[in-house]
Design a protein. Structure first.
Length: 721
């Protein structure tokens, strides 16, 4: 009878031995039918048991502990290994009392014997209960064997798998391996580990695996079909490698899969219909491969298949589906060639005349009417889940870009409120300097921004591209920005309380961490500030304007580097060298955290209490003087936790260190904030953190109340300072 494992606290008798998976109750009296077991029962009874029962001064608990240890030692050498059920882990109970946790059997021990019962007064019965560990007939953990087969197939130049050992019983302590509470391997996160070689087919034995991340390595060969055996798999990322061959149909069996990314490889063949039919997929990325053939209907909520030049729609592919008849082609007559030549000449003349007429029509149209792009494209194939709008459609939605619909303006352009034909409210960002990027380059960068999907990132809904315009379309955020809530408080727009401010910081940190570590290539924001942190319907923080700095810097990529950002939020090394990194965003996040604490702008700290200047210098002086209560926003009216305040200020000062190497990573910042918010929620006992009605703002995306975002060319920074 097989039973599930019950996790219990360890005892001093751990790791002594393993026995077969079973549940056997041994009563007080048992008849031994096997001579070997009878012999050892007699020896055990004479040498150990008599001494055990003669200890009358022992308590019952002490007696049970001593008995369990001796039973463990006995089982280590006398057991039977069943081929149909090779697990060797047990738990021991005596008289309904737990004596021993699950323990494992020493490898290569093959002693065939029948177990015996031991007479232990009339109130004692021993229970041996098996667990669900996975061991091969040789006593080796199947998961260990699977992981070692992967190691043997890969070249580990960075030695990240040096700690993997075939002699180990428990792989849960290995680097990059994650396990569940039951001890099963559920995650294998080996992204950007410098690995090469191939993916072993033994990976199919990790039957409980839920997450497999192997992106950004140098793996080659085909994708093993055995991955289709991982029925609990939810996330699979093999992008950024050199994998070839076809996409295995077995991936269509992974019904729990929600994230599948195979982009930037050398995969060929058609897109499997089973993969396209996976309804549970939230995102599918097959872009930049060598896929060919007809494009099936993909049921994933979001997907990208661009960069596959041989894909075609069903209607186009039908013309190439029939094979050419070689016999018939060899009998082609001269008259047939003449007919073909006449058709080609006629088509060419028609095309040239049509082209000339089209040029004249476009010239007339642009001279009398605002240019509108009516070019229809197959958006699903070109740009995945992003929608391409016509300029006329956005022109109507914004009232011809009426100034009354302006939500805000900054260094990247002007944002307008718009209403589409389906009554959906959107925010349309009209980018500055639209002619600095080519169409192909702009579409590629927009697609990369669209792939960044996270609950704390402002999702790109669509775009518009004409020879004279570049526009981005986002969902409308009805609750405005954090800057609005900090500096334009009134009865209809009350200020954020302390707990809500900490949750805003937590959400912004999660969004930035996703840009730094989950996007490929990673995205540096370069303008983190309160005006770029929006609030959705649930007052959840949403990071906006990410990826735009790189989008508008394409004109500088071959000449110099431009500094983009807002005065007071720019890191020192970025201002002096023009080179940005993740630590640049960490500095901006530190300033954002100070804005949330003080309610002041980055260049307007003090507000009459001290001289106007940088918020960072003001906070540092008060921190050194231990007068933190002075810098707290007056709108909080003293409703804050002093301990949390001190930790938050200390974290912000760590993020704003002058040297980028002294600043923490965004992952470390997030861990500290999660601790702060967790303590705050526990102290509230699950009460609501915020109780406001939905508000409407006229400046939802505005940073006009900030010092304006600006661009400083690198040549200007090289002058005397």
């Amino acid at each position: 009878m097989k039973l599930n494992t019950v996790v219990k606290p360890p005892t001093p008798c751990d790791n002594l031995c393993h026995v077969p998976k079973s549940r056997v109750v041994f009563p007080a009296v048992t008849i031994f039918i096997h001579p070997i077991s009878l012999f050892f029962s007699f020896i055990f009874y004479k040498l150990k048991l008599s001494q055990f029962f003669s200890s009358s001064f022992l308590s019952r608990q002490q007696a049970r502990d001593r008995f369990s240890k001796r039973v463990c030692l006995f089982l280590c050498f006398f057991q039977k290994l069943r081929k149909e059920d090779p697990s060797r882990k047990v738990s021991i109970f005596v008289a309904s009392h737990y004596l021993h946790r699950s323990f494992g059997f020493m490898e290569d021990v093959k002693v065939v014997a029948c177990f015996l019962s031991i007479f232990l007064w009339n109130w004692v019965a021993m229970v041996v209960e098996g667990t669900d560990s996975l061991l091969s007939p040789k006593g080796v953990n199947y998961e260990v064997a699977a992981l070692m087969s992967m190691k043997n197939k890969m070249n580990d130049d960075l030695h990240v798998m040096d700690g993997w050992d075939i002699n180990s019983v428990d792989p849960c302590t290995w680097n990059m391996v994650g396990c569940s509470a039951e001890g099963y391997v559920i995650s294998l996160e080996m992204a950007s580990a410098g690995l090469s070689g191939t993916i072993s087919s033994g990976i199919g034995n990790l039957s409980h695996l839920q997450t497999l991340l192997l992106q950004n390595n140098r793996l080659s060969g085909s994708i093993p079909t055995e991955i289709g055996k991982l029925l609990e798999l939810q996330t699979l990322d093999l992008s950024g490698n050199q994998l070839d061959g076809e996409i295995p149909n077995s991936l269509g069996l992974l019904t729990h899969l929600s994230y599948l990314r195979l982009s930037k490889n050398k995969l060929s063949g058609q897109i499997p219909q089973l993969v396209a039919n996976l309804t549970g997929l939230s995102f599918l990325d097959l872009s930049f491969n060598n896929l060919s053939g007809p494009t099936p209907k993909i049921l994933a909520k979001g997907y990208s298949i661009s960069g596959n030049n041989f894909l075609c729609t069903s209607s186009i592919c039908m013309g190439f589906s029939k094979p050419v008849n070689d016999t018939g082609s060899s009998q082609t007559t001269g008259s047939h060639h003449q007919r073909v030549l006449a058709v080609v000449i006629g088509f060419s003349c028609t095309f040239v005349i049509s082209l000339v007429l089209l040029v004249f029509w476009l010239h007339w149209y642009r001279s009398h009417i605002l240019y509108t792009s009516y070019v229809e494209q197959d958006c699903e194939i070109d740009i995945g889940h992003l929608r391409r709008f016509s300029f006329r459609e956005l022109q109507i939605a914004t009232g011809n870009f009426n100034s009354k619909n302006i939500l805000g303006q900054g260094g990247f352009g002007v944002v307008y409120k718009g209403c589409l034909a389906n009554k959906m409210l959107v925010a349309v960002k009209r980018l500055k300097d639209p002619n600095y990027t080519g169409e192909v380059q702009f579409q590629t960068e927009v697609e990369m921004i669209g792939l960044a999907v996270h609950r704390n990132l402002l999702r790109l809904y669509g775009f518009c591209m004409t020879p004279d315009e570049r526009l981005l379309v986002y969902p409308y955020m009805p609750n405005g920005s954090v800057a609005d809530r900090l500096r334009e408080t009134c009865c209809e727009k009350p200020s954020l309380d302390w707990n809500r401010r900490m949750r805003v910081a937590l959400g912004a940190a999660r969004g930035l961490l996703y840009l730094h570590e989950q996007c490929n290539p990673k995205i540096i924001h370069r303008d983190v500030k309160a005006a770029n942190i929006l609030l959705d319907e649930s007052f959840e923080a949403v990071v906006g304007d990410f990826g735009l700095a790189k989008l508008l810097d394409q004109r500088d990529s071959h000449v110099t580097t431009a500094v983009r950002g807002t005065v007071g939020h720019i890191a020192p090394e970025y201002l002096s060298t023009g080179q940005s990194s993740e630590k640049t965003d960490v500095f901006g996040f530190g300033i954002l955290l100070l804005e949330l604490i003080t309610g002041h702008k980055a260049l307007d700290a003090g507000n009459g209490q001290v001289q106007k200047g940088m918020i960072l210098d003001w906070v540092r002086s008060l921190f050194e003087e231990k007068r933190l209560e002075v810098l707290v926003d007056r709108d909080l009216r003293g409703c804050f936790d002093p301990v949390e305040l001190e930790k938050a200020v200390e974290l912000s000062l760590q993020c704003t260190q002058s040297l980028p190497t002294l600043r923490p990573k965004m992952s470390q910042v997030l861990k500290i904030l999660e601790g702060l918010v967790g303590q705050s929620e526990e102290s509230l006992g699950g009460a609501s953190l915020y109780d406001e009605g939905t508000c409407s703002f006229s400046q939802n995306y505005s940073d006009v109340h900030e010092q304006p975002s600006f661009i400083i060319e690198a040549i200007e920074l090289s002058g005397p300072r």
